[in-house]
Design a protein around this ligand. Structure first.
Ligand SMILES: [Zn+2]
Length: 137
């Protein structure tokens, strides 16, 4: 199922209300360790264009699940620090030291063996229970 969700939600989106409904369902029904929850957070942070919000989107934004919002805050913090570091290296002329952002694998693998043989060459999530957040490093 998560492959369908990942493919369906790739790219920019402008209808927050529909996205919000999916997030509510996912955060209510899926395990906190599910990579799908982290995928929803990443796609929200990467692909949502707040300037296109309509009235119903503003209401949907205010009603997002608190666990989702907390993860979004962590993700924006991660992205902000990464961009700050990239800017610092760019300003110093050390562009060769700027790390390329690695892709994340959002598939739910059945076992560690399957994960190791994953052909995506992407990073896999490590769930941090204390922070209720999935790290990909
Ligand atoms: Zn994988």
């Amino acid at each position: 199922m998560n492959k369908v969700i990942v493919e369906e939600f790739e790219g920019p989106f402008t209808e927050l209300s529909g996205y919000s409904a999916l997030s509510h369902w996912a955060f209510e029904h899926l395990s906190s360790e599910s990579v799908i929850l982290q995928f929803l957070v990443h796609s929200f942070c990467d692909d949502w264009y707040e300037q296109y919000d309509k009235r119903k989107d503003v209401e949907a934004l205010l009603a997002l699940p608190p666990a989702f919002v907390a993860r979004v805050m962590r993700r924006y913090s991660e992205n902000g620090k990464m961009m700050k570091e990239r800017l610092r290296l760019y300003e110093r002329g050390e562009t060769g030291r700027i790390k390329k952002k690695k892709d994340c694998c959002y598939l739910e693998h059945e076992s560690e063996e399957e994960k190791k043989s994953c052909s995506s060459h992407s990073l896999h999530m490590q769930y941090d229970k204390e922070r209720d957040y999935g790290y990909f490093d």
